[in-house]
Design a binder for this molecule. Structure first.
Ligand code: SAM
Length: 303
């Protein structure tokens, strides 16, 4: 497989080599022949949420690949940028690969943007980026807004581990089947959802994941009518939204109990169950019932 300088594989990894470029430059990165595709995040509502580097890259590239050229033209015009634009969307992305490859091979720098947020995140770009990385061409992120992370950052749900499920299926049976697979997911689950389907989606989620699950609806983030609803979901019917649902806490407890096992087993060899359970709860903050049940299970299997 061709190598991309500075990305590397486990077998043949290379560190980023000095390029002789200004590290503050929007193009700071690694040297290689051919141009670079910059994957540039754009605002998800508030037009001021665009990074200095994104503007510099958009201003300096030879061509901007845009999901919707009219929308991107409007964004660029706000910043006085008159870049050339070429549409790249879900229906023509595959057909554009050859053309984009040739331009990069000729040494041009290109930028990829979508209508809002980070390209490839429930947006076009994967087919193109996959093809270019496979050919060893250089693809560089210019990070910025994404509704997924913006929502998680204010959801008030655990963020140490989460799973992003994108959009659920539009049709009821497929949607319910997808939700079934997430019943005992212990990580926070994040979905994108359209306002039209929100009510049906929440109804199915409550039925399948349990009505008592905490959830956060993050709606119209960074826009004038931005709102986040935690726990109460009834009035939600309009606006673009992200849904975050708490993971199955009992599944996390069970998984966590595997980590307690060595300590508990060692203590049980030295002392009575009650004392061992008390020490483990004190040391780890685990629930007494969980530790007690684990202790009884260990005792019975060791007997
Ligand atoms: N690539 C984008 C990103 O990085 O966030 C997501 C694109 S996806 C086609 C659009 C979905 O993202 C919307 O249906 C909605 O679920 C979510 N979304 C986008 N902008 C949002 C906003 N301002 N507030 C809440 N959700 C938003």
């Amino acid at each position: 497989m061709p190598m991309v300088t500075g990305v590397g594989t486990l077998e043949n990894s290379t560190m980023n080599e000095p390029t002789g470029r200004d590290p503050e430059s929007p193009h700071a990165g690694t040297a290689s022949s051919g141009g670079t595709l910059y994957v540039v995040a754009t605002p998800i509502g508030n037009m001021r949420d665009i990074t200095l580097r994104a503007l510099e890259v958009l201003r300096s590239v030879d061509l901007v690949l845009a999901e919707d050229t009219r929308r991107t033209r409007a964004l660029l015009s706000r910043h006085g940028i008159a870049a050339g634009l070429l549409s790249v969307h879900e229906h023509n992305e595959r057909a554009r690969v050859t053309h984009v490859t040739q331009r990069l091979e000729q040494g041009e720098d290109l930028a990829l943007v979508t209508d809002a947020g980070t390209p490839l995140i429930s947006d076009p770009g994967y087919v193109l980026v996959r093809a270019l990385t496979q050919k060893g061409l250089r693809v560089v992120p210019v990070p910025g807004p994404s509704a997924l992370l913006a929502a998680l950052s204010v959801a008030g749900l655990p963020t140490d581990r989460f799973v992003f499920e994108g959009f659920l299926a539009a049709r009821g049976p497929a949607r319910r089947q997808h939700l079934q697979t997430l019943r005992s997911e212990s990580r926070t689950i994040v979905f994108y959802e359209s306002p039209r389907r929100l009510a049906a989606m929440l109804e199915d989620a409550a039925e399948i994941l349990g009505g008592e699950r905490e959830a956060t609806i993050a709606r119209e983030l960074t826009k004038i009518h931005e709102s986040t609803y935690i726990g109460t979901l009834a009035e939600l019917s309009r606006g673009e939204i992200v849904v975050c649902i708490a993971g199955d806490v009992s599944a996390a407890e069970v998984r966590g109990s595997a980590d307690l096992e060595p300590l508990l087993r060692a203590l049980l060899a030295e002392m009575p169950v009650r004392q061992a359970v008390r020490i483990v709860c004190h040391a780890t903050g685990s629930k007494r019932n969980t530790v007690y049940e684990l202790a009884l299970a260990l005792k019975s299997t060791d007997a």
